[in-house]
Design a protein around this ligand. Structure first.
Ligand SMILES: [Zn+2]
Length: 649
């Protein structure tokens, strides 16, 4: 590739991903062109600033993540704190989120102090050759740098350093971290680039970051290294320890892999990075491979919440249709990685259906990972909590009934910080013909002279009002996404139904807009019942309830009868009633659903003998109701039973 083929824009742009070049079908809008003003997502960003950031900074200080860097920076000999060689990344991910927060008028002094202190420690801790990892640099650690690529996470560390650095450079114009990241990246290029050691990182992540560094610096060597890491993997390249090759996606080359496999977070980070490489290198074969993997994942391996990962063992994705509710792993980081992948596939293709999945993940598997007060986290996100469930995860030293304040492996909390800080980056995109509204929320969007004020309480409500606040006057297309879950979407412009074409999930309005024009998009949101594919044994014979993109769950505290005894016929869902409620003191007002239900208390036999001729039991009549709350708000009260999937007659 030659640099003249690459159109790197000098404007401030989004961090993940940024200025898309190469063969991308659409480009994301620069971060500064979208401001989330109000509503559900603004509430998430406000909670991030007010609660999650201060909580996480406190945890990073108390847990030793920052002190580990300090020990190296000051050539000290304090013992390494924590267990893992990737604890620097929790600082890096927090800094990435803070780069966004410090660019806003609401930035607070404590965040700025942490940012400054951390940057100074990172600069001072970097070795003369550019290497940086407070674990391997520690005098008390026997292992040597680069000795254990399968488990060392050094290139994963580099990846998160690059992403923090790019965010700081783009959002703040602060290149101090970028200088550190470039030195480390150049060391990696020298060691693993063309003619170097033919190795790959045990934990993919650096691939996305290297492409982002390429977009930022225009230096093709970073894209080249990302591509090498993609293509080397899958040939038994990773030195195996206790994990099988599938865990590392090293059992087959990505271009030949027939299904998403292994460790869930590794898989989606790898696929997102491969999609970046496909876009920037114009690699159609690689793009076709990741699209094939995506389709297989969505059709056979994704939970109804958008969660990915069915096994606690190896934090693995599992087999096709292996989707148990109570042992769903659905790591919060896997939700973020799935959204990163979805967004890149949208950038590559312009197809709305990737955004539909993005939205399902955002409002369900991802959002459930954080408590209503912003200070406790789920690492794994089950779809059912049994009343006698004692310990959530085997990865932590002691049990906790619901979300935890922190983890020994704290990858998820700072990942939430950066993602909530960056939500505006995933709102809109453009191409030569149109401005695409990819997600809905109360926000202002500016693009090429067109200024839109979007007012909505989405996803609590499906009405989206778009005020044209300024327009250059020439003909423009505004493309509105109509989610796959929505039937009967309609749109008016200044009160007149718009007859413009709707195709592939986009409703395109093409005209010369004027300031003062009013577009009203109505996405009907009746309560829906979903079943499962017949091969999905774990939830066959049950149904789940959704409204708009939000999946609902029943919690025992709202229901008189044992959740396991409640039976809902799909036909009864039409009689569902909505009401508004605040589930806990910290939670925002939300929409709760009441659905007619019957009560069926089974006998005690675990395996009752079936009669020779079994006819389907009659549903009978509903005798009670089941109350359902948004799944993402579950677990903010007393730890009782919860179910997403309810029995059918
Ligand atoms: Zn995680």
């Amino acid at each position: 590739m030659n640099d003249s083929e690459v159109n790197i824009s000098g404007v401030v742009a989004t961090t993940l991903p940024a200025v898309t070049t190469g063969s991308g079908r659409v480009r994301p809008l620069p971060s500064s062109d979208v401001i989330i003003a109000d509503g559900v997502l603004a509430g998430w960003q406000q909670r991030n600033r007010a609660a999650t950031v201060p909580h996480t900074i406190r945890q990073l200080r108390e847990s030793g993540n920052l002190d580990n860097l300090r020990t190296i920076a000051e050539s000290g000999d304090a013992a390494f704190r924590g267990r893992y060689p990737f604890l620097d990344t929790d600082v890096f991910k927090t800094l990435e989120g803070l780069a966004y927060e410090l660019a806003r008028p609401s930035a607070d002094e404590a965040s700025r102090e942490f940012f400054e202190e951390s940057v100074a420690l990172i600069e001072a801790a970097q070795a003369d050759d550019g290497y940086l990892n407070s674990y391997f640099q520690h005098p008390g650690i026997v292992k040597q740098p680069w000795e254990d690529l399968s488990w060392g996470h050094e290139l994963y560390n580099l990846g998160h350093l690059i992403q923090a650095a790019v965010a700081a450079s783009r959002q703040l114009g602060d290149n101090r971290l970028l200088d550190v990241a470039v030195r480390f990246a150049d060391l990696a290029v020298a060691k693993f680039g063309p003619g170097g050691e033919e190795e790959v990182p045990g934990h993919p992540e650096v691939e996305m970051a290297l492409v982002e560094l390429y977009r930022t610096t225009s230096e093709a060597r970073y894209l080249q290294l990302a591509k090498l890491f993609i293509d080397r993997r899958g040939h038994g390249t990773v030195a195996l320890s206790v994990f099988p090759a599938e865990y590392f996606q090293d059992n087959a080359p990505l271009r030949e892999l027939d299904s998403v496999t292994g460790h869930a977070v590794r898989m989606v980070y790898l696929a997102a990075g491969a999609t970046d490489v496909a876009i920037e290198a114009g690699d159609a074969e690689l793009l076709a491979s990741v699209i094939r993997l995506w389709d297989d994942m969505v059709e056979t391996k994704l939970y109804v919440t958008g969660g990915l990962g069915s096994r606690h063992s190896d934090e693995a994705i599992g087999d096709r249709y292996e989707l148990p509710s109570e042992r769903s792993y659905s790591e919060t980081c896997a939700a973020i990685g799935t959204m990163q992948w979805a967004w890149r596939l949208f950038i590559a293709t312009g197809d709305a259906h990737y955004l539909d999945v993005f939205e399902i993940v955002l409002f369900n598997a991802y959002a459930a990972g954080l408590s209503a007060d912003g200070c406790a986290f789920f690492y794994d996100n089950p779809l059912q909590r049994r009343p006698d469930h004692q310990q959530r995860t085997g990865a932590e030293p002691d049990g906790e009934l619901l979300r935890r304040a922190w983890f020994v492996c704290p990858c998820c909390p700072p990942n939430i910080i950066r993602w909530n800080a960056e939500l505006q980056d995933y709102f809109a995109a453009s191409d030569a013909d149109a401005l695409y509204l990819a997600q809905y929320g109360d926000a202002s969007v500016t693009h090429d002279g067109l200024e839109l004020g979007i007012r909505t309480s989405y996803p609590l409500d499906g009405e989206i009002t778009i005020h044209v606040e300024a327009s250059p006057g020439d003909e423009r297309t505004i493309a509105l996404r109509v989610p796959a879950w929505c039937h009967g979407a309609s749109v008016t412009v200044n009160g007149t139904p718009a007859a413009d074409a709707s195709e592939n999930g986009w409703l395109r309005l093409t005209r010369s807009f004027s300031a003062g024009d009013l577009i009203v998009l109505t996405l009907p949101m009746p309560v829906r019942a979903h079943g499962s594919h017949p091969h999905l044994d774990a939830t066959r014979g049950t149904l789940s309830i959704a409204r708009g993109p939000v999946v609902y769950s029943a919690e025992q505290q709202d229901n008189e009868y044992d959740l396991d005894d409640l039976v809902v016929d799909p036909a009864w869902v039409k009689a569902a009633e909505l009401s508004s409620a605040q589930l806990s003191g910290d939670a925002p007002e939300t929409v709760i659903i009441s659905v007619p239900a019957a009560v069926d208390t089974p006998g005690r036999a675990l395996y009752p003998e079936l009669a020779e001729s079994v006819s389907a039991p009659k549903p009978g009549e509903p005798t009670t109701t089941v109350t359902l709350v948004p799944y993402y708000l579950w677990g903010n009260r007393e730890a009782l039973a919860m179910r997403v999937w309810l029995r059918r007659p």
